[in-house]
Design a protein around this ligand. Structure first.
Ligand SMILES: [Zn+2]
Length: 306
């Protein structure tokens, strides 16, 4: 079984064919057990339960009295329909229409709190609503688009073009050098990060590039190193706003790393023992990416490989 990162593991059947039928969707929303999770500007509504923090679920009937036009069909849980609604605006709905039901958490905080299945459903819904908010108008002719397929499509009434939610692939890699006394991995640091934070290297794929090529280009651009072998580890849907992180271990030809001073202000080579100390919070100067980030999983995978 492949490693599963946070925001993966959505337990729903997306019912990709059925959701194209507006009559079927209307039937689902009207079912007595139809439920909706609740977002406010990308933040999920979370309640404390005896089992720990969980998403708050509203009946769809109730949800539709609160939010009229911002709902999405997420899929079926067994045979029961699952939706999401999103509040917009600057006023916290937990002080108003959903008062007393829970607290809206930033999605990064939620990722650390929620069970994997809850985080996956909320993250997917956030990406979908983010896309809808940013793609109101037809990229082909400029007309206002209509939502279709339960939120998974935008259709242009003027030119007929259909638009689908975008996912932006990003390679994220841990450079490894095996030619020295013991294997070492490279972490990089962006100037904007909190003091001490270091992480894996990353970059968007460009048109016409394979995953391996994007990985090699980014490692060369950011750290001046030549990738000689690429190993896939795992991937992660990353809802900020909608990326697919493709996690790789990248063996490089030498250890002469030079940060480009644009993306990276510094880099550091770490032995397995040093990388383990970073993950455990025991390193004197370097702090790790948070456990819900795929970079953390990559470092851990390498540390535990030996
Ligand atoms: Zn159009």
């Amino acid at each position: 079984m492949a490693h599963q990162n946070i925001f993966a593991g959505n337990p729903l059947d997306r019912a990709g064919d059925l959701r194209n039928d507006p009559d079927w969707l209307a039937e689902q929303a009207a079912k007595p057990y139809a439920q909706a999770l609740v977002l406010w500007e990308g933040r999920p509504l979370i309640e404390e339960t005896a089992q720990g923090p969980r998403l708050v679920w509203l009946s769809m009937t109730h949800a539709r009295t609160l939010v009229r036009d911002r709902e999405a069909f997420l899929g079926l849980w067994k045979d029961e329909p699952v939706f999401a609604i999103e509040f917009e605006g600057s006023i916290d709905p937990a002080d108003g229409p959903v008062g007393g039901l829970g607290v809206f958490h930033d999605m990064r905080a939620a990722a650390a709190l929620l069970p994997a299945s809850d985080a996956a459903m909320a993250g997917g819904a956030k990406s979908l609503f983010d896309w809808r908010r940013r793609h109101g108008f037809c990229a082909n002719c400029g007309a206002l688009c209509e939502t279709a397929s339960g939120g998974w499509k935008r259709r242009c009434p003027a030119c007929g073009t259909e638009h689908f939610p975008r996912v932006d692939p990003v390679t994220i890699m841990l450079p490894i050098y095996k030619g020295g006394a013991e294997p070492i991995c490279l972490l990089g640091r962006q100037a904007a990060w909190a003091p001490g934070r270091m992480s894996a290297l990353a970059g968007f794929l460009e048109p016409g590039e394979s995953i391996e090529e994007a990985c090699a280009r980014e490692v060369k651009e950011e750290a001046g190193l030549t990738v000689v072998d690429t190993t896939y580890h795992s991937s992660q849907p990353w809802p900020f706003p909608s990326q697919l992180m493709i996690g790789l271990l990248a063996e490089v030809s030498d250890d002469q790393a030079a940060p480009d001073q644009t993306e990276l202000e510094s880099v550091a080579w770490l032995t397995r023992a040093e990388a383990r100390a970073v993950l455990d919070g025991d390193h004197p100067t370097i702090s790790a990416p948070p456990p819900f980030a795929i970079a953390h999983s990559l470092i851990r995978a390498w540390v535990e490989e030996a």
